[in-house]
Write a protein that binds this ligand. Structure first.
Ligand code: PLP
Length: 421
């Protein structure tokens, strides 16, 4: 399917009058429509809740939009918990799915009433020691080991992942939690990332539902929620067909009827912690071509770099690129699209066929709404960009300003650079 940006050349030319490139821009309409579709897909489950994975896009304005469509927050750190709390998203609306968790983060989570999703059996004692007493609701993260396989092959490698309890630890863990007075229990697993197939959630659900039945039989613990976590992917490439969340929801429902209901577990709430699926396609990085270079290859130099979007440099990830105003031009030029870091992997595209690019052209790098801005860093002293929201009425709101040198030097107050300049 042809990837069409949600901003036009005209719109970008208008935006840059106020906010220069590079910037990340988000599409309110797309976010809302998708969030509604998620709620509808799981409406069959009374307790359904999506906990948005804050790490994917930690912007309060965007999280607020999702919250208006029923989402809570899945947090993994102190600052994510703080952000959630500041939005009034607290208590059962927070899922704290962290690992190797520092004591003060558990403390803060307990203070705001979030649900602790334990990553390891030894953390039962750790949390008890910090809080004095375990919370009434607790969840455990399961790692079945081995590989996670679907009809189209091996999807991921849980056996190599640092996360979660083994099956044996899981049964033991619930037994201990029950003994220590915990009253409400959940189960969680994240076994494959960026799955572009409608099969992943139903297959994961079957595995977790079967474990839930076994937990009940072995320990008497009746789970109240099962958290399918994240991992629902998006089609980064134009030739990929995206997931259909309605098919996914229906697939989970069928397994629920088949496995949980007959076992007397027909009240279990289904939770999700999607990040990429909720936000990925509804964000884009807009950057300007500022140089062209002809050496052993043809390069287009842009004003964004891996600091703004790390996935291509880090994973060799594909992000589609549209040259604004040349949407229908033939792609008869082969380019490397490069950022300015002193790192040869700072390339948004390698050997990419694109229309002829001239200096001053605006490029839209697609699908940066999740794990895009969020993974940003400051290598080479580069500053992070602004974030903008394209609202439903067509107006644009600044939802995070660009960093300035002052921000970059802020933690150097022991040196006082501005006093020396
Ligand atoms: C990263 C993460 C998510 C979100 O994953 P996506 O692939 O963005 O959906 C959810 N839960 C946990 C525990 C995570 O670490």
């Amino acid at each position: 399917m042809k990837k069409i940006p949600f901003v036009t050349k005209e719109k970008v030319e208008e935006i840059v009058q106020s906010y220069p490139t590079p910037f990340h821009i988000y599409d309110e309409k797309g976010i809302r429509e998708n969030a509604k579709a998620v709620q509808e897909a799981f409406a069959w489950n009374k307790g359904f809740k999506e906990y948005f994975a804050v790490k994917a896009c930690p912007n309060p304005f965007l999280i607020q939009i999702l919250h208006e469509h029923g989402a809570g927050c899945d947090c993994s750190s102190l600052t994510e918990l703080m952000l959630s709390n500041a939005l009034g998203i607290k208590g059962d609306d927070i899922m704290f799915s962290s690992n190797e968790t520092p004591a003060e983060e558990y403390e803060y989570c307990a203070k705001v009433g979030g649900i602790i999703n334990l990553d390891d059996i030894t953390h039962i004692e750790f949390v008890e020691k910090i809080l004095g007493k375990l919370p009434e609701t607790m969840s455990c993260r399961y790692n079945p080991g081995g590989v996670f396989q679907m009809s189209n092959g091996i999807m991921d490698n849980p056996g190599d992942a640092k996360y979660g309890f083994t099956a044996k630890q899981l049964f033991e863990g619930y037994r201990i939690l029950k003994e220590k007075g915990v009253k409400h229990f959940g189960l969680h697993a994240f076994l494959a990332s960026n799955t572009v197939t409608n099969e992943y959630y139903p297959q994961l659900a079957r595995q977790l539902f079967e474990v839930a039945v076994e937990v009940k039989e072995r320990t008497g613990v009746e789970l109240e929620f099962i958290n399918l976590s994240g991992g629902v992917g998006i089609p980064y490439m134009p030739e990929q067909a995206g997931n259909d969340i309605r098919v996914i929801g229906e697939g989970v429902r069928q397994v629920y009827e088949e496995v949980l209901v007959p076992a007397g577990l027909g009240e279990v709430a289904i939770y999700t912690e999607m990040g990429r699926f909720m936000m990925g396609p509804y964000g884009a990085l807009v950057t300007k071509a500022i140089h062209e270079k002809h050496t052993y290859k043809e390069y287009i130099g842009v004003d964004a770099c891996a600091v703004n979007l790390m996935r291509p440099a880090m994973y060799g990830a594909y992000h589609h690129i549209t040259v604004l105003g040349k949407e229908d031009a033939v792609c008869d030029h082969k380019y490397d699209v490069a950022g300015s870091l002193c790192e040869n992997n700072d390339k948004f595209a390698i050997d990419r066929m694109l229309p002829e690019i001239e200096k001053g052209d605006y490029l839209v790098i697609h699908d940066t709404g999740a794990h895009g801005y969020a993974m940003g860093y400051n290598y080479n002293g580069k500053l992070k960009s602004a974030e903008l929201l394209l609202k439903e009425d067509g107006s644009v709101q600044l939802i995070r300003r660009a960093e300035t040198p002052q921000d970059y030097f802020a933690t150097l107050d022991c040196f006082d650079i501005y006093g020396k300049l």
